[in-house]
Structure formats: C-alpha cells, structure tokens
Design a protein around this ligand. Sequence first.
Ligand code: PA5
Length: 447
Amino acid sequence: SMVTFDYSSAKGFISDSEITMMERIAENAKEELVKKEGPGNEFLGWIDLPIDYDKEEFARIQAAAKKIQNDSEVLLVIGIGGSYLGARAAIEFLRHSFYNSVSKEIRKTPEIYYVGNNISSTYMKHLIEVIGDRDFSINMISKSGTTTEPAIAFRVFKKMLTEKYGKEEAAKRIYATTDKARGALKNLATEEGYESFIVPDEVGGRYSVLTAVGLLPIAVSGADIVKLMEGAAAMREHCINSSYENNDAVLYAAIRNILLRKGKTIEILANYEPSLHFVSEWWKQLYGESEGKDQKGIFPASVDLTTDLHSMGQFIQDGQRTLFETVMNLEKSTCEILIEEEEVDLDGLNYLTGQSVDFINKSAMKGTRLAHTDGSVPNLIINIPEQNEFYLGQLFYFFEFACGVSGYILGVNPFDQPGVESYKKNMFALLGKPGFEKQREELLKRL
Ligand code: PA5
C-alpha cells in the first residue's frame, strides 16, 4: 500500500469542473518539473535521488553510523533549516516518543541532540551539561559551510570535543556534511581530516533529507535508511507515472491552488500523533521557503491535535475564514492501549470499556474533520498506512514533488530563497563583519 491523498471531504468547496479545469495547468507544471525545463531547474537533483544515489557514499554513511553507535553515547547534530529539519522529522517519527530519555536498553542507540538551529547561549550551556563527561560525536551539517548559527555551535562543541579527546581523536569524532568543493566547512574538513559527506550541488537544503544531510543522523538513530529510500522510490514512480486523476501529489498541488484562488490563503497541516510534529516543521520550511515569494503563496501553518483543539481549535472552527486544513492521518497506530472497566464509573468513561485509545483518537479526528468542514474549513487528508521508514520515505517524496508542481502552478521559482538573505545582511552589519561597514552605519541610525 501507499501514502494516499483524499480530497473527498472537501468536495463541498470544490466542484469537479474546477478540478478538470486545473488539469492542463497542473500537468504542464508537472511536465516542466520532470523535464527540468522550469525556473530553478539547476536544483532538481532530488527528483531521481531515490533511484540514483551514490551507493559508495551510502555505505560510508552506514559505516559511520555504526562507528558513532559504538563509540558515542551522544550525537550532536549541528545544522539549521534544510540542514536540520529532515533528520529531526524522521527520527521523531520513526523512533521512540521519548527517544533521549528512555533507557539505553530500549533505545539501543546514542542520544541525539540538535544544536546550531538557534543562537541561544542558554540552550548551548544546558546541552553541555547534558553531555557531561560522556562520549560524544558531532555531525556538522552545512551545505554552504558559512551559516552563522551552526558555525557558532560548531566552534563551541568542537572546542569541548578537542579538550576532551585531543585534536587527533576529536577529528575522528567529527563528521562534516557539506558541499563537495566549496565553503569554510569543506576547507576545515580537508585541513583537519574529518570524514565528510556531500550535499549535492543540485539539491537545495529543504529538499536534502534523502542525502547525507538527513541520512547520517537518521541511521545513527537506528532507523533503516534503505527502507526510507525504497519508500521514496515507490512514491517517485507513482508521482512521475500516474495520470492526473490518479496522481496523489499532483492533485494535492492542484487542489491547494484551487483553494488559494478562493481566498484560502493559509494551510494548516494537522496531525493526531505527536511523532508527526517535526514532519510538520519540515513541511512548513519546504512550502514556506518554496512558495512564499513575489508577494504570493499559501502561508503554511501547523497544529498538533487533539492538543491544539484546546488552543487553536477555536480559531480554526470560527475565526477568519481564510483557512484550509490538511490532516496527516496515521492509519494504523503502532501501539495499542485499551480502556478498562472500573467498578464505580466515577469518571463516566465505562461506556468506552474495551475500546482502544486509538479508536478514541480516530473518532476525535473524524468528528473534528466534520466540525471544521461545517465551519467552512475545507479538509484534505493524507493517509499514512503505518509509522515506518517505507511510508515516511513516501511521505517525504510526496510532499517534495507536490511542492515543485504547486510552485509552478503558482508561478514562482520553488527552488530559490532570495528572502532568506535579508536578515543575514543586517545581522552581519550589526555584528561588524568586515565588508558591511556602510550598511552598519545606516542600520545603527535606525535603531
Ligand atoms: O533550505 C535552505 O536552503 C535553507 O533552509 C538552508 O538549508 C539553511 O539556511 C542552512 O544552510 P546551510 O546548509 O548552507 O548551512
């Protein structure tokens, strides 16, 4: 079976003829993408990645993961944006809900912490305390090799590693994932002899989860990266070869654009399993950075349910009607807990005796879907058969492919991110980075 897209609950908001009228536009967008004829086509390496990746490097990733599992109690994953979110999404979805705190006997693999995705000294200081005097390794991930947040964290933790092990042994515990030829991290890796992995030129950060960027940390966590690639390959086949009316990813792209044109400018990605929280974070980056440009785009938001029904639920049900909701439905729960009978039914839950908690969760989901639909929030569903590597590989690829198609339908280049530079220039100027003197003067006047 496959990850599938179901828009039947949104039929009250979209007519069949609208879907038919979108066919040519969506198919053209798909063709532009697959034939690599659209804007940003120098960044389409991800399309064939699941069937055409560097097998030698893949084996090195697996070997490095084994070594880290054997010699480290902690792995630090240093990276931000596309160099961070995919790995975290996968590990949180595939592994234990309390991965870092559950006993080593259950986890079996190193604790994994993410750093370099903010500039908080408190966060880093606390992480240093968590590591304590335990053995650790670092996976430093930066395609450009010059991003400030991870570079700062790397300085701090490289120093800690070097003080603990000495320069030579520390170098053997640092794994650099970066550009094959350019950038400060590449130079450092060459100079210091770190084992390095490549972020291919033609794969942008937010599309890089199935390269070493995601694969090394995911493999260290004990998840099966072969199955992850197989899942992506299965979805690739489906996305490229299915006709419009059967093509889940192309239909998702088409329908979100139909909704956008009706004024639904915000898409909320909802889940009913906390393990999907970081899949939503990854998705927000993918769609936000790909589509939010030229004063266009759908604003990607997310909620964890039923948690957020007690906070954002009111707005979704009844606030400004600019929303549509896409629910990631995990069809089969990994674990089951049954409600047991109590002699005295003080909490009034005996009517649920013998039901599984997942049945209650699914009922909450169905009830919410209907309520939101009644509140004029079109509901789309993405069905994920099970919580495993194969289906996650499918899900990643589904979203990536749909994002490319959707961006072309919208009329933007989904593979650049010019807007990300503005804050960096200001920050460098304020920090007094050489070369930014003039901007510094101008900014200081405004502060
Ligand atoms: O998607 C992107 O391009 C960005 O989010 C980058 O991944 C992020 O800025 C990190 O860049 P780098 O890997 O060069 O450090």
